[in-house]
Design a protein around this ligand. Structure first.
Ligand code: 2IT
Length: 448
């Protein structure tokens, strides 16, 4: 391996020994940009990689709130402002019990390259809290969001940092967060958050954007492979916003979704998740107090396989849409043994580096998260554009732009593989294409 990359990896491991997720993402990115580093010896002198792996700013704060029993609860809030070389910090907020700094640094680092790939001017960030929305009432969620924003507001702004949703944060939470931001600052700066409801500056197609974007990207790959989506079977994990939008588009394109999953097992629906009622039920599940996918199986009379993951089901195309590291080597072996030809990451970093390598070595075409799921943040950036103009585009205008963006994400990744002779490797292509623009901007801006 290139000695500069090796040295930076070593230093990063030494400096962040308790951050396995962060290290995993740094290893994945740095090892795939080797051909670029080889061609740019000036990067080492400018300590470009050392700067790239260090977040520009990490904010950690106390979030006290009072639950429905009158008891004081304390959570931890974070915002990792990773890189602002090409635009204001941009990225989601995640509310989940397992949220920690390692996961958010990993996601913020990945977001930097994803946002660069979208072709739009947005930097990289991520944030959130270890607040667990399971079993919380709406009033508790509102009080938590108000407390969270009472600190966060001083660090964000439409030209500074623009958060959005992620796991556990949908338009309901964004609404509570915006209400508090507006109240504290006394401004109507709706470009400070994206994923808003339509009535106060949300964008059409933003809820669908991640899922639709996944399918627009997949269309490009399948076109390249000469394969049609119609009649293909899909295994999805998760049941949230990403799985919902993806299932909707798969049905529209004539494919069949066999599974969704939650923290406690997966649902196998051999008929397919194929009606508006079934698909919209995912939204209901996501906003319900208990958020248990078993409820889908009970309602539609199909099987819930407790404690299991859906990768054991045979299908043509596998799309993880849940959280990080749900596919390890064992799970990857199942996908290969099932004859799966295509694996696309709807979720962020759903597979370990070892699992990814195994799938690629066994002939599975793999599309990485930073390309495949870039449609969500891309339409967030389009929401920012509309807010700046104080104007809104039609559904078709936004959808057409999303389609073009996803085609560019694919084309730019492919072009990077050709430029650097990596073979048809969409993971390397996405990393290189995302990196090149950020690196250019960082070099142009001097040592900052
Ligand atoms: O992972 C992601 O790209 C998101 N959660 C969306 C971020 C955004 O700013 O819309």
């Amino acid at each position: 391996m290139n000695s500069y990359i090796e040295r930076v990896l070593e230093e990063t491991r030494r400096k962040n020994p308790n951050e396995p997720e962060f290290l995993q993402s740094v290893e994945e990115v740095l090892t795939s940009i080797e051909p670029v580093i080889e061609q740019h010896p000036e990067y080492e002198k400018a300590a470009l990689l050392e700067r790239l792996v260090e977040p520009e700013r990490v904010i950690e704060f106390r979030v006290p709130w009072i639950d429905d029993e009158g008891k004081v609860q304390v959570n931890r809030g974070y915002r990792v402002q990773f890189n602002s070389a090409i635009g204001p910090y941009k990225g989601g907020l995640r509310f989940a019990a397992n949220v920690n700094l390692s996961i958010l640094k990993c996601l913020g680092f990945e977001q930097t390259f994803k946002n660069s790939l979208t072709t739009l001017p947005i930097g990289g960030a991520k944030g959130g809290s270890d607040f667990d929305p399971h079993g919380k009432s709406d009033n508790e969620i509102m009080r938590f969001c108000q407390s969270f924003m009472s600190e966060l507001y001083r660090h964000i702004g439409p030209d500074i940092d623009v958060p959005a949703g992620d796991i556990g944060v949908s338009s309901k939470e964004i609404g509570y967060l915006f209400g508090q931001y507006k109240r504290i600052t006394g401004t109507f700066e709706n470009g400070v958050l994206t994923g808003k409801s339509l009535s106060y500056g949300g964008s059409l197609i933003r809820p669908e954007a991640t899922g639709y974007g996944i399918m627009y990207y997949i269309k490009q790959v399948l076109k390249h492979e000469g394969v049609k989506i119609k009649g293909k079977t899909f295994v999805l994990s998760g049941y949230g916003n990403v799985a919902w939008g993806c299932a909707k588009k798969i049905n529209e394109l004539g494919g069949k979704v066999l599974t969704i999953s939650g923290h406690n097992g997966y649902v196998y629906d051999p008929e397919g998740i194929n009606t508006d009622e079934k698909i919209d039920y995912l939204l209901e599940l996501r906003s319900s107090k208990h958020r248990d996918v078993r409820m889908y199986a009970e309602k539609f009379g199909c099987e819930f396989r407790e404690g299991k993951k859906p990768w054991e089901v045979k299908a043509d195309i596998y799309i993880p849409c849940a959280a990080q590291n749900e596919i390890d080597l064992e799970e990857a072996k199942k996908i290969v043994a099932n004859g799966g030809r295509f694996y696309f990451e709807g979720a962020n970093m759903p597979a370990t580096n070892e699992a990814l390598k195994y799938m690629q070595e066994n002939g599975v075409v793999a599309g990485p998260a930073k390309a495949v799921n870039a449609g969500g943040v891309a339409v967030s950036a389009l929401e920012m554009s509309q807010n700046s103009m104080r104007y809104s585009w039609s559904e078709k205008e936004v959808d057409d732009r999303l389609y073009d963006i996803m085609r560019s994400v694919y084309k730019n990744s492919l072009a990077a593989t050709e430029k650097y002779n990596t073979g048809y490797d969409l993971i390397k292509g996405a990393n290189i294409a995302g990196f090149e623009k950020v690196a250019d901007a960082m070099m142009a801006q001097g040592i900052v």
